[in-house]
Design a protein around this ligand. Structure first.
Ligand code: HPA
Length: 269
C-alpha cells in the first residue's frame, strides 16, 4: 500500500521531498507558501486516510522553499476518528518511502504547565504515550527499521538547538516541554490534567506520538512543535471548546508560517 501511494505521488510531481511537515488543527496555512507546488488531495492517494476533523484540509502539498523540496501534510488522521495506528502513521511512511529524512510535526495542544500561555509555541523535547497503542505492534518489517527502536532522542536534540536559534533570530518566543498524548476525543478532566502534570507533562494533545514513533523507526530525525491553543482542563474557570482551539491556531498561524519558512532550510538530514 505504501509503495502504491509512493508511485502515485511520484507520478504527479517531479519533485522529491527532503523534509516533511505535518500541519495540525487550524495550522494548514504553511502549505500554501510552497513554490512550484502540486496539491494532492488525500482522496487521490490509495490507502491515505482522509481526515474528518474540522480544521483539517486533507491534502499533501509538495513544493519548494528556496532550494529545499518540502512535503507538507495539511491535515492528519487521528486515532479518535476511528483510524488504526497503521493509518495514523501512513503519511509518515509514504513520505519516508519518497525519501524524506526529516519530519516536523506541528499540533494544537492544551497547556498543562502554568508558565505557558494560550498562543505560545512549545518545542517538544520528549513525549509520554498514553494512547495505549503503538504503530510498531505486529511483525516487524526489518527493511523499514529495527524491532525495538531506541527512543532516547526521539525529538532530535540537534534539531531543537537549531529551532531555538532560528526562533531567537526571528524574536519568536518558544519554550521546550514534554507532550502527553491522550486518545481523545473528549478533552481531559481536571483530575487527569493534575495527573499529567505530576508525571511530567507540559502540554497535552491527541496526535503526533504515533507518527514520531514511526518516523524514529524509519531512522528519520524528528522535530515537534506544539501550539498552545488553550489552557488544559481545570486550570481556568471555563470550559474548553474546539472553536477556541481553532481560533488560537489562527492567532499563531502567521508566526508559525514565518518560523517554518526560516527553520526548514536549516534542518540538515
Ligand atoms: N487536550 C487535548 N488535546 C488538545 C487540547 C487539550 O486541552 N487542546 C488542543 N488539543
Amino acid at each position: 500500500m505504501i509503495e502504491e501511494a509512493k508511485g502515485i505521488v511520484e507520478g504527479l510531481t517531479p519533485l522529491r521531498p527532503e523534509v516533511g511537515v505535518v500541519l495540525g488543527s487550524g495550522l494548514g496555512a504553511f502549505a500554501d507558501e510552497l513554490a512550484e507546488r502540486v496539491d494532492i488531495p488525500y482522496v487521490q492517494i490509495p490507502g491515505w486516510p482522509v481526515s474528518t476533523a474540522v480544521g483539517h484540509a486533507g491534502k499533501l502539498a509538495i513544493g519548494k522553499l528556496g532550494e529545499l523540496t518540502v512535503a507538507a501534510m495539511a491535515g492528519r488522521a487521528h486515532l479518535y476518528e476511528g483510524y488504526t495506528p497503521a493509518q495514523v502513521v501512513f503519511g509518515t511512511r509514504v513520505l519516508g518511502a519518497l525519501g524524506v529524512r526529516s519530519m516536523v510535526y506541528t499540533n494544537a495542544a492544551g497547556g498543562i504547565n502554568l508558565r505557558l500561555e494560550r498562543g505560545g509555541l512549545v518545542l517538544i523535547a520528549d513525549h509520554i504515550n498514553l494512547q495505549g497503542v503503538n504503530p510498531l505492534v505486529g511483525p516487524n518489517d526489518d527493511a523499514l527499521g529495527p524491532r525495538f527502536p531506541d527512543m532516547s532522542d526521539a525529538y532530535s536534540h540537534a534539531y531543537r538547538q537549531i529551532a531555538k536559534l532560528v526562533a531567537a533570530e526571528l524574536f519568536i518566543p518558544i519554550t521546550e516541554g514534554v507532550y502527553a498524548a491522550m486518545l481523545g476525543p473528549s478533552y481531559e478532566t481536571p483530575a487527569e490534567i493534575r495527573y499529567l502534570r505530576a508525571i511530567g507533562a507540559d502540554v497535552v494533545g491527541m496526535s503526533t506520538v504515533l507518527e514520531a514513533i514511526a518516523a524514529n523507526h524509519l531512522g528519520m530525525k524528528v522535530l515537534g512543535i506544539s501550539c498552545v491553543t488553550n489552557m488544559a482542563a481545570g486550570i481556568l474557570p471555563q470550559k474548553i471548546h474546539h472553536e477556541e482551539v481553532l481560533e488560537a491556531g489562527v492567532m499563531v498561524r502567521d508566526t508559525l508560517v514565518r518560523f517554518l519558512k526560516a527553520l526548514l532550510p536549516r534542518l540538515e538530514a
